[in-house]
Design a protein around this ligand. Structure first.
Ligand code: GFB
Length: 320
């Protein structure tokens, strides 16, 4: 990339966007960002105006309203409305103002609830979705279809990738809206600080999930931007999963080994299993580097260093 190349990271304050900025730190290219206050990505006229003024050539579309199982179940309207609009406005403006390439990031919840495991890209739209995140999944599927449609009709080089559950620095540690991994770090940490041994884990502990460190995701995203230009979306993950109980035991070991686990089966389990088939990504030549235990330890370290700021921020739903 030359010094004049303009790259737009849409959603640069979130978990994924901030990791992409870190990954692009050494590039000579010009990195463009816009805060939510500067640009409402749900507003097509405002997005068009911004694209016309800034003319990005490469676009990382990683903005959206995101959250864990509880936020998804209780705020379905925000999840479908915000995400459908954000995906549509940015894809359309990238087409109108002739961006050379766009990478759109979805989520592994796009696959049917009872999908055969591991989930291949071909299983999209082969069955009913998991109800706890149906709104979000529909918006994410619409994003894939937007990229495919603009490629088919206009020849736009827009690609999509579907990451598995992510975690890392700048995650949301708010217990009502976060995903499981940051929630567990916070719960064990708070119990340790308060001197209580019992930590409550939502659900039965039996669902299985796959976790990818967001720095690996950022690396995979740059890799795909540089090396992939196909129509079909690509899964991004590690190809390994574990149960929520095993994850809780791992976080306990890092944060507070004396803690005792309690399971609250009145809370939803969500999808029974969500393991991505990553053979297409491996065949292209990319593999993750950060192991889960190591990633949990470094994320806990980050949490300790930023704990005071996090306590004061009400990051319920973020333009991630
Ligand atoms: O990460 P998570 O909220 O989302 O929950 P999903 C994963 C599993 O962890 C569920 C359990 O079985 C939860 O019940 N869990 C246990 C907890 N304790 C906790 C806790 O304290 N907090 C949370 N949040 N979970 C999301 C989707 O699904 O995954 C989104 O809702 C998106 O659409 C995202 O796709 C990646 O993995 O179930």
């Amino acid at each position: 990339m030359s010094v004049n190349t303009r790259i737009f990271v849409a959603g640069h304050r979130g978990l994924v966007g901030s990791a992409i900025l870190r990954r692009l730190e050494d590039t000579d290219a010009q990195i463009l960002t816009a805060t939510r206050e500067q640009l409402d990505l749900r507003d097509q006229a405002a997005v068009n105006y911004w694209f016309r003024a800034n003319r990005p050539e490469y676009v990382y579309l990683v903005a959206g309203t995101v959250g864990g199982i509880m936020a998804n179940s209780t705020r379905p309207a925000e999840f479908i409305y915000d995400n459908m609009l954000i995906h549509a406005t940015v894809v359309h403006a990238a087409h109108l103002y002739r961006a050379k390439k766009l990478l759109y990031l979805g989520s592994s919840c796009i696959y049917p609830r009872d999908c055969a495991q591991p989930m291949t890209e071909e299983q999209l739209l082969t069955g009913a979705l998991e109800p706890t995140n149906e709104s979000y999944a529909i918006a994410k599927i619409a994003g894939i279809k937007l990229c495919e449609a603009y490629r088919r009709q206009y020849g736009a080089d827009f690609i999509s990738a579907m990451p598995t559950n992510l975690y890392g620095p700048n995650d949301n540690f708010n217990l009502t809206s976060s995903h499981v991994l940051p929630a567990l770090i916070r719960k064990f940490h708070d119990a340790k600080t308060a001197g209580t041994r019992e930590v409550v884990i939502w659900g039965t502990g039996s669902p299985r999930r796959e976790f990818l460190h967001v720095d690996d995701l950022a690396d995979a995203s740059v890799f795909l931007m540089e090396h992939y230009d196909g129509m079909r979306h690509i899964n991004i993950g590690t190809g390994e999963d574990l149960s929520i109980r095993e994850l809780a035991e791992m976080v306990r070991e890092v944060v507070y080994p004396e803690a005792v686990l309690l399971f609250d089966a009145s809370k939803p389990d969500g999808m029974p299993r969500k393991l991505l088939d990553v053979s297409r990504l491996h065949a292209l030549g990319w593999r993750h580097k950060i192991g889960l235990r190591e990633g949990i330890a470094s994320t806990y370290q980050w949490f300790l260093e930023h704990h005071d700021e996090l306590r004061t921020s009400a990051a319920a739903a973020s333009q991630a």
